[in-house]
Design a protein around this ligand. Sequence first.
Ligand code: MN
Length: 206
Amino acid sequence: MSFTLPQLAFQYNALEPFLDEQTMTIHHTKHHQAYLDKLNDALKGLPDFSEKPIEELLINLDTLPEEKRNTIRNNGGGHFNHSKFWEWMNPPTGGENKPQGELLEAINSTFESFEKFKELFSNAGLGRFGSGWIWLATKDNKLSILSTPNQDNPLTDNSGMPILGLDVWEHAYYLKYQNRRAEYIEAWWNIVNWNKVTVDFNENNS
Ligand code: MN
């Protein structure tokens, strides 16, 4: 069995004008596919690991053969991160895009307000030097904003379960925004799929 590219729940042009069709097409069919190909290649001959959910591989990297560990960390992380990233976005609705209910209450009590949370999260994205991801993660019923390099994520360093993530690699925005990462991040808030984030929040909080 090998890992496969997940279908998107929307068309490649459905996130416009915030994310353009060409970026989405290349990001999904080329970048994500390349992580998958390298992950599947690294898992050849490792039947004990290739049958496991990707989350389990990333949480238990130290159980992998040492010569494969970095390749699986980078490309397994790439597969997990992008699979979630696609689900955490949806076409813009035009209205104010924000969470509700218990998730909003948890954000407000942790970060003062939703606006303050967005500011802290966006600043983490601007402050990430080079390539990486910004996360909203939960651990022991506590929310936190985390920043990881490369294709790492909160699972790879046991800092929580990610319930929202933003790809700040240049390949995620360069065609439309060039070097203007701040504009990309500002635009991305319009297409965050808060329904999916809420599902993930509920599944990982008691
Ligand atoms: Mn990416």
